[in-house]
Structure formats: structure tokens, C-alpha cells
Write a protein that binds this ligand. Sequence first.
Ligand SMILES: Cc1cc2nc3c(=O)[nH]c(=O)nc-3n(C[C@H](O)[C@H](O)[C@H](O)COP(=O)(O)O)c2cc1C
Length: 160
Amino acid sequence: MKIGILYHSETGNTERFAQSLADAMIKAGHTVNSTKLQTVNPVKKASVRDSQTINFSNLPDLSSFDLILFGGPVWAFGPSPAIIAAIKQCSGLQGKSAMPFATMGFPIRFLGGTSALHQMSKELAAKGARVLPGNVCRQMMNKLESDIGVAVHSILNRIK
Ligand SMILES: Cc1cc2nc3c(=O)[nH]c(=O)nc-3n(C[C@H](O)[C@H](O)[C@H](O)COP(=O)(O)O)c2cc1C
């Protein structure tokens, strides 16, 4: 399968998740193209509900992929404003499979993780994508590495 990974990461946690996904997918025989979103101006660290204009310098065309994963950190109990802006601005999602993924600080997924995946899924569906269930990994209490391991394994099984 030809897989695109598009993610926002400020402090590296979502990037680690994205890299682990890419490594495992390549090992499983998929072709992977991973893009860390670059913004023209720094993203204001605020809720997705606060208005801000976010422009990207490296938004890829997604039409050549079979499946695209969209990732970002949880901010203010919701999704990263940057990944939501990227979903809204990207082209080529119609009819494609898409999956959200996220990382969060708190150890309880209801403190933003579940809502972030839900809102990302909603935006992906609005772009005409066939949305697959995603995963969120938690940073606190040293959970990140083990959460990433479990999530990568389960995502690989889901896309077989
Ligand atoms: C502005 C801001 C808001 C945040 N809000 C939450 C939150 O509501 N819930 C949570 O669990 N973590 C929250 N975090 C922590 C991040 O989600 C967490 O550290 C994430 O893994 C960072 O991802 P990154 O390293 O890819 O940027 C917040 C971090 C920032 C900077």
C-alpha cells in the first residue's frame, strides 16, 4: 500500500509516533512518505476554537496515496489547530482511507485525546475520506514508548 503520513509536532512526541509508524510500515512492505508540517509563521499555542491563520510551506498533494495518516499533539483538550488547518487545506482526500493519530500529556485519554481523534475524524470525513479509527499515545508516567509500541502494532493489523 502507498501510505502518506502528515503530522504536526512541536516537541517531538508526535514525531516519534510518526517515525515508529513509518518504520513499521516500511518493514511490513508498504511504501511510506512522511511529512512533518512546516508553517510559515509559528503556530499560536491555543485551542483549535481560537481563530488563527495557519499557512504551510510543505503541504503535499495526497492524491497518490491509498491511505493517509494525520497526526498531531492534543492542545487544550482538543486537536492541534495545525493538523486541523492542514486537513482543511489539503487536496486529494476524496474517497481515500484516512486515519487520525495523536499524542497527549495527561495519562487519561478523556483529557483531550479522545476528543482530538474525534474532531480530526470529523474533519477528515468532511473532506470525503473513509475514516479508520485512530490511536492516541500518552506522555506522562513514562507511557509514551509503550503506548507507541501498542498503537503501531494495532494500526498495522488494522490496515492489513
Ligand atoms: C498549548 C498546549 C496545550 C496542551 N493541552 C493538553 C491537553 O489538553 N491534554 C493533554 O493531555 N496534553 C496537553 N498538552 C500536552 C501535549 O499534548 C503533549 O505534550 C504532546 O505529546 C506534545 O506533542 P509534540 O511533542 O508532538 O508537540 C498540551 C501542550 C501544549 C503545548
